[in-house]
Structure formats: structure tokens, C-alpha cells
Design a protein around this ligand. Structure first.
Ligand code: 5GP
Ligand code: MG
Length: 190
């Protein structure tokens, strides 16, 4: 574990087990539907590794469409508001769309994505997130598939970055406070 990571929150093994369970749940949900009409939409860049693992566990046929949204540019650990960096490049009208994202925090990113995709008249629109931060998204905003509920901390690893680092870590961990804010400020008690 790199020294900048304060503690491991979820191990790679735990993630692998949960991804397999999520895939089963997703496969069951789409079982009765016309499976030829499924389009998976991973939200770049944070969900790449999760989406790659999830796709390899899904037994059905699917198209993949990519969208890129960023809300934590560079060295920020609080959302600056989501910006659409790359628009979806496939037609999803009449198709069953499953959006895949790394983490649901305030819900602004998925809100933006769902607005964009909803306007394209999909047959259905569902969401799958690996992580959900407790108590941050507005009530009533409930993803269809959730991997893990976590506390409100800044996490990295398994595709999630801080200033482009830690994406390749197999575990998900909490970034040490001193890395992203001055130690002095981190120790202030007033
Ligand atoms: P939201 O728009 O729901 O507030 O934030 C969602 C997006 O912000 C996620 O897709 C992710 O890219 C980024 N994000 C939110 N929380 C974290 C975090 O703890 N760590 C990292 N690396 N990214 C985060
Ligand atoms: Mg993201």
C-alpha cells in the first residue's frame, strides 16, 4: 500500500466478489427484456476498471457507448460541478441503457448524464455505481445497482484517482489528509 494511502477501505478481493454479485443481479434484471437492445455506458475516466471487470462477468450481448464527465479536475477533492467532456457517440433510442459509474457522491454527475441520456428516448435507463457515499446524494436519487456504501471520505484506487495517481491500485483506500491539504490545516482543532 503506498504511504499516501491512510488505510484500505475495500480490498481487491472484496471488490471482485461484489462485482460478480452485481453482474448476477444485472443479468437477472435484464433477463426478461430483449437482451439484444442493451447498451452499457461507462462514465470515463474513473469507471474504466470497474466497467472492464463488470463487462467480463456479464453473459449477455451488449453495445458500449462512452461518455466522459469530470468534476474533480487535477488536485481537487471537492466537486467543482460536473462538466461533460465527451458526448455519447452511439444511438440509444429504443435501447435499454445501463450507466456505469465509479462513485455516487452528490449525484450531480449522474444527474447530468441521466438528463443527457433521457432526452435520447431510451427504452429504459438504469444506473450502476460501485461506491455510494453516505448521505450526500439527494433523497430519492437511488441507483439501481450499488456495490458498496461508504463513509464520506476521499477514496482512490481501482480506477479512482487523485491528480492522475493511484488508479492502478488494486484496493480502494482513503487518501491521507496531508496529501491534499496542508498538515497544519489538517491538525487545526479550532
Ligand atoms: P458527484 O457528481 O456525484 O458529486 O461525484 C461523482 C464523481 O466525482 C465521480 O464519478 C468521481 O469521478 C468523482 N468523485 C466523487 N467522490 C470521489 C472520491 O472520493 N474519490 C475520487 N477519486 N473521485 C470522486
Ligand atoms: Mg466520475
Amino acid at each position: 500500500m503506498p504511504k499516501d494511502i491512510e488505510r484500505t477501505l475495500i480490498t481487491g478481493q472484496q471488490i471482485a466478489r461484489r462485482v460478480a454479485e452485481l453482474a448476477e443481479q444485472i443479468a437477472r434484471t435484464y433477463e426478461g427484456m430483449d437482451q439484444n437492445r442493451l447498451t452499457l455506458v461507462p462514465i470515463l475516466s474513473g469507471s474504466m476498471i470497474f466497467a472492464a471487470d463488470l463487462i467480463r462477468q456479464l453473459p449477455m450481448k451488449m453495445k458500449i457507448g462512452l461518455m466522459a464527465v469530470s468534476s474533480y479536475p487535477g488536485m481537487s477533492v471537492t466537486s467543482r460541478g460536473p462538466k461533460l467532456r465527451q458526448q455519447l457517440d452511439v444511438n440509444v433510442a429504443g435501447r435499454h441503457v445501463l450507466v456505469v459509474d465509479d462513485i455516487l457522491d452528490t449525484g450531480q454527475t449522474l444527474g447530468l448524464v441521466l438528463e443527457e441520456l433521457g432526452a435520447r428516448k431510451p427504452a429504459s435507463l438504469r444506473t450502476c455505481v460501485l461506491l455510494r457515499k453516505a448521505g450526500r446524494a439527494p433523497q430519492g436519487f437511488v441507483p439501481d445497482f450499488v456495490g458498496f456504501d461508504i463513509e464520506d471520505v476521499f477514496v482512490v484506487g481501482y480506477g479512482l484517482d487523485y491528480n492522475d495517481r493511484y488508479r492502478s491500485e488494486p484496493d480502494i483506500g482513503v487518501l491521507r489528509a496531508g496529501i491534499w491539504r496542508p498538515r497544519q490545516a489538517a491538525c487545526t482543532t479550532s
